[in-house]
Write a protein that binds this ligand. Sequence first.
Ligand code: NAD
Length: 487
Amino acid sequence: MRAQPKASHFIDGEYVEDAAGTVIESIYPATGEVIARLYAATPAIVEKAIAAAKRAQPEWAAMSPTARGRILKRAAEIMRERNRELSELETLDTGKPIQETIVADPTSGADSFEFFGGIAPAALNGDYIPLGGDFAYTKRVPLGVCVGIGAWNYPQQIACWKGAPALVAGNSMVFKPSEDTPLGALKIAEILIEAGLPKGLYNVVQGDRSTGPLLVNHPDVAKVSLTGSVPTGRKVYEAAAAGLRHVTMELGGKSPLIVFDDADLESAIGGAMLGNFYSTGQVCSNGTRVFVQKKIKQSFLARLKERTDAIVIGDPMDEATQLGPMVSTAQRDKVFSYIEKGKSEGARLVTGGGIPNNVSAEGTYIQPTVFADVTDEMTIAREEIFGPVMCVLDFDDEAEVVARANATEFGLSAGVFTADLTRAHRVVDRLEAGTLWINTYNLCPVEIPFGGSKQSGFGRENSAEALKHYTELKTVYVGMGPVEAPY
Ligand code: NAD
């Protein structure tokens, strides 16, 4: 099998196997080929990983942030040196085209190691609080053993986005990738060891929705960071609450992207396409409700169709391919069922909606799909589809579109395209979302905080803000004089 790792899990600096676990088959979505066979973690494996993380953490926390950061920066260098190899693995794991993975996956993971490695010495400082003669100071201390649980759309990026801030702040991590994409995180764990990370600090265990609770409920776990759907978020949050564990929730969305009639049309269409078709539409922050002001509706749709029909679909390993398959048959079938719902509820299919004809029949491909005349009540305008399906809705004025954009339980992201500077800022101010863009869409460099509001979650990844979610404050009051007691 062409991507078979040495073993399923990576614990305490080495590959570990336990064939008593349920079999997880890793499938290359472009062809249906089984590329690796792994085992879900048994309770014994989970115990082993958490014990290693617990043992290794105090010594790591006692090192200086500069020394910890140096190791992460070395890991970033190794990731960049191996970008091609890691990107090919990411393409096999997810089906995403190599054209994307080579610029967006291991590289964004490396950015995360480099950024957190660099800022740690300054960003982990505490405060000095003068109190007259007495004073106090605060220390930012690590939480301990952190659990990371990943989704399948950006497996290597998620493994790094959680690992980098956790580690640099002095924590250890046990990471569970999605059962659909188990391979990339193992390589990240290997690279961290090669970069000099002491054993036991970054462990990877495989498993599915029955393995997750073993990690989340473990008494030695201090924090859980989940990237996944809203229903999973509710379960994980509830389980973490029972143990009063810290949580970060990066969940789903149904984000609005608003195009006013003064917008640069080509840019707005480009933004809408990136925000619906990149990674075959499997991006949490996608702007899947594209609100277009009525005056430009016809020209927007005509040019959108033209550009969408020109998208190159095919073999993800071919550098020319722009759109690959969905991650799995289950996800493909789910997206097709939404396409059928869109048609039956009266949305107008502008383009796509079927299986492309130039691809392997075993691949889980879907044509990039655009629906127009979508209304707010339709299922496709309310539920997260997580596939290459764009819904275009019309609007008349600003107040109306802001109200409709906010009429959702989700609040992950939002975008506005307009040439009117004051309107752009006024509208983003009113939109209920955690991450917003003006005249661009979906850009998430490591320097900026990323995360959601409402049902899309809480806590932030990336930027110095993420470190707050992997540390807690310790306050020390220092008495400088005699204690005056009234008794
Ligand atoms: P999912 O919720 O099905 O699974 C996510 C992870 O949680 C998997 O590793 C799964 O094994 C695990 N899991 C499932 N049930 C669990 C439980 N009870 N306890 C512990 N772990 C459990 O999500 P998915 O289908 O893998 O990914 C798609 C979803 O993720 C979409 O909703 C998408 O919007 C969201 N997502 C969000 C972000 C973000 O940053 N906000 C990023 C990517 C994906």
